[in-house]
Design a protein around this ligand. Sequence first.
Ligand code: PLP
Length: 394
Amino acid sequence: MSTTAGSTAGPTADPTPRRAGERVAAVVDLAAITANVRTLLALMRGSNPAGSVMAVVKADGYGHGAVAAAQAALAGGATWLGVATPTEALQLRAAGVDVPVLAWLWPPGERVAPALAAGVQLAVASRAQLDRVLDQAVGAVPDIHVKVDTGLGRGGVGPAEIGAVLDAVAAAQRAGRVRVAGLMSHLASADVPDDPSVPEQTATFHRILAAAADRGIDPPLRHLANTAGLIDHPATRFDLVRVGIGGYGLNPVATPVPLTPAMTLRATVALTKRVPAGHGVSYGLTYRTDRETTLALIPLGYADGLPRAASNRGEIWLAGARRRIAGRVAMDQVVVDCGDDPVAAGDPAIVFGPGEQGEPTARDWADYCGTIDYEIVTRIGPRVPRRNVGEAIP
Ligand SMILES: Cc1ncc(COP(=O)(O)O)c(C=O)c1O
């Protein structure tokens, strides 16, 4: 299934010249991120003219580079940034990013004083976390987001503790020791068409908001939706949507939205050779050539984030065609069987990209490997240099 429906960012496929000797590069189209966020903000504003977008840039911006992705998303109209850990938030601050940042995953023993001092807002999902914020805040009154579990069964205050946590938050608020900037939850299955959990979680979220209001907690930002919620479930939009994957141009639902995948993973053929029929290829010799053929060595492997599950399944765009990986994905390299096509060392190859030339997309790679495109882009390793193109224009 295609992950895109049109493009708002113009031609993006492999727009940069390869550097001499370039082994591999992840080319990140920042203009695509800007355009994607602008598109998703317009969707939000369609039902809530005062609504806002938080660009989720955790995990190094889903592998795209957190700071560059953040700046590109802000240029597209995002006014918030979301990360998992306080450390990720501090990395944004260290790079000079001074917009509101929310971090939602931290153990109650973590030293959050530096994040609080840097004005990072923290999600609080337990009494222990609330106490930690109260203990570690110095100077300014911290802004918190109460994170509640409405059915995902993962982070967030659970149903047994919600009353007590809301009581404690209300008391801290009355004492002037915290400001409740937000109340948030996270959807389990917004990407599954017509999944009943979405309206159930939304109803639970409304009930918890009412329980908070009864205690005098009236947060200006109520936020529940991820990308899939924003696109397919308008009732989950509330005041703010936390958009991750869609900003990177990957659409988690079938509803067409004009998004452009921002990452192109490319490589340079390191070696070619003619081999006879019956020649084995790569560890375990799980592939044998069925005729005399040309093998091309592509110099990236599972250490670079190519899943080993793509062995004998994944495809790479090379010399105008998609070519299947022959044999196992190794740590640093894979081989493709090119038949009699003219392929030479030094030729450019595209592992995945927007799909505009016929190259596979990250979604295709997810399908080869039985996973999701989130995992494909996020796991591109640190050995792969990121090359940004398309300036983020504020
Ligand atoms: C709490 C929270 N909100 C929002 C997101 C963004 O989700 P998506 O990438 O599906 O838009 C994530 C990512 O997993 C998340 O953990």
